[in-house]
Design a protein around this ligand. Structure first.
Ligand code: UDP
Length: 235
């Protein structure tokens, strides 16, 4: 196995499936199946999930809601997704713990780094909900920060695009995919991998990122085994 402890980042939007809002139960089931395969391989798994399918702070600002208030609403949206994912994983026989960046004691544990690591060592899948717990951050930054804190081997950013391209492949048909690229090349070419806070955290802490298509069955397991899937970003 190439990676023993992974941080899987899923966007909130990916949970919508073909819907325009909210959570598609079949997509949730699909992700639970994919995660179970790597769990059975013995990989330690931490997960950060976004909230864009329910609420985003930046959108809130446009509709007149205070930015900070909107960001907290966004964080709570990530927690809703995290709870849905936790339920799907448990229904599929996995052991999980949900840790939150904002204290919500009746629902989940607060994030405590040492405890998170212990959960992973015991084979529990740890989901980090409610982001970092601070406004003006994103779940990509949460993924980068938590991955560093738990000493993860890699951040696996699951998206609907199968890697990093020279241009947006959904708009430019001539765009080509990078199999591997360095952090500095991403900066120079101004490519969109993660927001800058998240990206810089990974670069400064030498934490590789892989951008890949999470919706393709088997991709997650292949990645963990070291197969060339998506785009690898390293030093
Ligand atoms: N958010 C935040 N601090 C964090 C993480 C998230 O304020 O540490 C808020 C922010 O408003 C963001 C929203 O939660 O817009 C949802 O997260 P994100 O947009 O990153 O989700 P994704 O795009 O991955 O679905």
């Amino acid at each position: 196995m190439k990676y023993n402890r992974i941080l899987l980042k899923l966007s909130g939007e990916s949970l919508m499936g073909d819907k325009n809002f909210g959570i598609d139960p079949s997509r949730l089931q699909q992700y639970a199946d994919e995660i179970k395969k790597v769990k059975e391989m013995g990989v330690e798994i931490a997960i950060v999930i976004g909230g864009g399918n329910i609420f985003r702070g930046v959108q809130a600002e446009k509709s007149g809601i205070d930015r900070v208030q909107g960001d907290y609403m966004g964080m709570l949206a990530t927690l809703i997704n995290a709870m849905a994912l936790q339920s799907a994983l448990e229904q599929n026989g996995m052991y999980t713990r949900l840790m939150s960046g904002i204290k919500i004691e009746s629902v989940c544990e607060p994030f405590i780094r040492r405890r998170a690591i212990r959960h992973l060592e015991k084979g529990r899948i740890v989901i980090f909900g409610a982001g970092i717990g601070n406004p003006y951050f994103t779940t990509d930054s949460t993924a980068a920060l938590r991955a560093i804190e738990i000493e993860g081997d890699v951040v696996l950013k699951g998206t609907r695009v199968d890697g990093v391209y020279t241009a947006d492949p959904e708009k430019d048909p001539t765009a080509t995919k990078y199999e591997q690229i360095t952090f500095s090349e991403v900066y120079e070419k101004n490519l969109n991998v993660m927001d800058m806070t998240a990206f810089t955290l990974c670069q400064e802490n030498n934490l590789p990122i892989i951008v890949f298509d999470m919706n393709k069955t088997g991709n997650l397991s292949k990645l963990v085994l070291g197969e060339q899937i998506g785009t690898l970003i390293t030093d």
